[in-house]
Design a protein around this ligand. Structure first.
Ligand SMILES: [Zn+2]
Length: 358
């Protein structure tokens, strides 16, 4: 036996050297994030949110939810091992950069991917809610290789969100096909862009049910998380963190106050979300892990993020439900275990801004 010892050691050494010399260098994909608009101005897509009298006005601005999503995405990508650059970290009028300036920043950042964050509006009375991916080029003929790939992966990731109410399936289009603005004109922010990339209309903010959710920074974080998962696939990137999330909607038996006001509501959005509800999360040993208090915007949205994979329990209405968390995935659980009671006919509904947590 002894005579084999040396060759085996040599073989083992050679194998180790081989492994070392061929180890893949660390690849850190670089993403340029462009949260759309900036500031609280008339061109920042304001929408009335809920207003029943003087001093009781809460407005929605697309610039705010884009800002929440953009900063959340940068944080998530960095933890996953990406390099990032972003066109704005605040939300002031000065942050609303010229489109050519955004393109220059993106080009100079050395990014591998350009990603513009927006939400959508029909601009007409009829509302809808679905994600839309726009990339430079004709549909099916991207101007830059990879545009259509990230667009498809992004729509799969965003369309998987079950803590919302979609009215239809995601749409993917080249901007030259989508906009009738002239031959190869398309979106300004993509016009001079030589990077692979896209503009992501995550959902429709002029759909009242979605606008209620977009007021919640954690709901915007969830969209950013799903965006990051699409980028992981695009870059074939193994995230440095292996964490998952639990998210969902808690709906009461009351009709949505917006139903009374004649707003169009899809599916279970016709029920009021539970405001100020304390959702409890426990680990596999039923030790308390975290509590999420839903906001006061009638959305009933809750989120537990950055969870290690494993078995957890949600305690809702006094009963424990087992939940499996998997790395790089979201486990969705919506609750509406109450029968819908009569339509809302109470006094005008008043709301107050929730305390921002991040
Ligand atoms: Zn926009």
């Amino acid at each position: 036996m002894k005579k084999y010892f040396l060759p085996l050691v040599m073989l083992a050494t050679a194998f180790c050297c081989c492994m070392t010399s061929q180890a893949k260098p660390e690849v850190r994909p670089r993403v340029f994030v462009n949260p759309g608009h900036g500031g609280l101005d008339s061109d920042d897509r304001p929408c009335p949110f809920y207003c029943y009298g003087m001093g009781d006005t809460v407005s929605y601005y697309e610039s705010v939810s884009n800002w929440y999503k953009g900063n959340a995405l940068v944080g998530i990508l960095q933890r996953k091992g990406y390099e990032t650059a972003i066109s704005r970290v605040n939300n002031t009028t000065e942050d609303d950069l010229d489109l050519f300036e955004i393109m220059s920043l993106a080009a100079n950042s050395g990014a591998d991917l350009f990603f513009a964050i927006h939400s959508n509006a029909t601009g007409i009375q009829r509302s809808m809610n679905a994600p839309l991916a726009l990339y430079r080029g004709f549909t099916g003929q991207p101007a830059v290789e990879g545009n259509d790939v990230i667009a498809k992966l992004m729509m799969e990731a965003l369309g998987s969100n079950e803590a919302t109410q979609w009215s239809s399936t995601p749409e993917i289009s080249g901007d030259w096909t989508f906009y009738d603005w002239g031959y190869k004109v398309g979106l300004g922010v993509l016009r001079f862009n030589k990077l692979p990339g896209m503009l992501c209309e995550g959902s429709f903010h002029d759909y009242i049910g979605e606008r209620c959710r977009l007021e919640n920074p954690d709901y915007c974080w969830l969209e950013a998380w799903n965006q990051s998962c699409a980028m992981d696939k695009y870059f074939d990137h193994e995230p440095k963190i292996q964490l998952g999330c639990i998210a969902g909607l808690l709906r009461s038996g009351e009709a949505s106050p917006y139903k009374k006001d004649g707003y169009q509501l899809y599916g279970d959005d016709d029920r009021r979300g539970k405001n100020g509800y304390e959702m409890q999360l426990f680990d596999a040993d039923k030790k308390h892990v975290a509590t999420y208090v839903t906001d006061n915007f009638d959305n009933g949205f809750y989120l537990f993020k950055n969870l290690k994979p494993g078995i957890y329990y949600l305690n809702y209405a006094g009963s424990y439900q087992e939940v499996k968390v998997e790395a790089n995935k979201v486990t969705y659980l919506n609750y509406q275990d109450f029968d819908l009671v009569d339509d809302f006919d109470g006094p005008p509904h008043r709301i107050k801004k929730p305390t921002k947590t991040e």
